[in-house]
Design a protein around this ligand. Structure first.
Ligand SMILES: *Cc1c(COP(=O)(O)O)cnc(C)c1O
Length: 361
């Protein structure tokens, strides 16, 4: 019988997304939620995820094009540009589409001061408290905050934010140092503030403030690196799966795939799975990366190709062509796969390519 061989597919579980959203609200009950949807909602589909989050208070994206795609998709909730705007020409677009923007440098302030806008814009002022990526300097804060308050193109209820560099590490004191500096700068100001990404939502309640900004944990992945972290009941939203398209018997001493990079030690069955780096499976996944075939964990062997990977099914394997293979998701934590590929779950999720079929549950 010629069983249907399904190729690379990402199943998106909307109930898991809603569950994770609820977990976030339970952990940070006083905070509103700015759900982060940048990079195609971490590979899960930008508009799809926005529409599957009816309770979110606002959405965060990195690029104006992502915000406009949400608006074109019929999303009417507040949308925040997390890196601000990159040209003065963006300001009328921001105003016309009712977008909100971060301001993280003086150039953006000046562009706001010089613009002629129909409506003032909601601004979030970002201060650098130690990550040294985006944000105005602490010593500029008072002056720039005041200038924004006086700017007619800026709505009066300016919000304040910063970003944490080490929140995933429970033993790193930098998080508290950043939080203390944020307090020193903004403690006397009574307005809405935000500091926490997923890791800080999980691990640093003193950073929750009025808004939290979850990305990764919305998608069901625990961002913390510490072993002793208490369990949080997150459910993976994406399960990446495919199927076996060939099963080969190979003898000890033979080798598999490009570069003959893996040598067979004893006679075995090799399974060929229809997924590769052309689908977003990481090319650097090493020999031994876990793969689930019919629910059984087997090791990846040989190099990852564009359209295929090979796995060692063992000499007595009874798997059949067409059988189900999970690469990560419900039954295989993407963090484990990322570890074997010397990367992080974030990169694996947002690298899912256009060729991967999407199956919304
Ligand atoms: C991406 C991003 C987040 C979300 O980070 P996670 O670690 O995925 O929760 C929060 N805030 C800002 C400013 C971001 O750029």
């Amino acid at each position: 019988m010629f069983k249907l061989q399904q190729t690379a597919t990402a199943s998106i579980d909307r109930d898991a997304l809603l569950h994770n959203y609820q977990v976030i609200q339970e952990i940070a009950p006083q905070s509103r939620v700015l759900a982060v949807l940048k990079a195609n909602a971490y590979g899960h589909g930008l508009v799809r995820i926005a529409k599957a989050l009816p309770h979110a208070d606002a959405f965060g994206v990195a690029r104006i094009d992502e915000a406009l795609e949400l608006r074109q998709g019929g999303v009417v909730k507040p949308i925040v540009l997390l890196e601000g705007f990159f040209a003065s020409e963006h300001l009328p677009i921001i105003a016309a589409n009712n977008l909100q923007t971060i301001v993280h440098n003086r150039q953006q302030l000046e562009a706001l001061q010089q613009a002629q806008l129909q409506e003032p814009i909601q601004v979030w002022l970002k201060v650098d408290t130690g990550m040294h990526r985006l944000g105005i300097e602490p010593q500029e804060f008072a002056e720039i905050y005041q200038a924004l308050q006086q700017c007619p193109n800026v709505q009066k209820n300016i919000r304040l934010m910063s970003h944490l560099a080490c929140a995933d590490d429970l033993n790193n004191q930098q998080t508290l140092q950043q939080q203390r500096l944020f307090e020193q700068l903004t403690g006397h100001i009574n307005c809405e503030k935000t500091l926490a990404n997923s890791a800080a939502i999980c691990a640093w309640p003193e950073c929750h403030y009025q808004w939290v900004r979850p990305g990764l944990m919305l998608y069901g992945i625990d961002p913390r690196i510490s072993e002793q972290a208490h369990q949080i009941d997150l459910q993976p939203v994406m399960t990446l799966h495919s199927s076996l398209i060939a099963i080969r018997h190979v003898k000890a001493g033979e080798s598999i795939g490009y570069g003959a990079a893996w040598q067979v030690e004893k006679d075995t069955c090799i399974g060929v799975v229809a997924i590769g780096y052309g689908d977003g499976y990481p090319r650097h996944a090493a020999n031994g990366t876990p793969v689930l075939v019919n629910g059984r964990e087997v090791p990846l062997v040989g190099r990852v190709s564009m359209d295929m990977i090979t796995v060692d099914l063992g000499c007595n394997a009874e798997d059949q062509i067409g059988d189900y293979v999970e690469l990560w998701g419900k039954n295989l934590n993407v963090n484990r796969v990322a570890h074997h590929a010397t990367t992080i779950a974030y990169e694996l999720l947002c690298n899912i390519s256009r060729r991967v079929k999407i199956d919304v549950l």
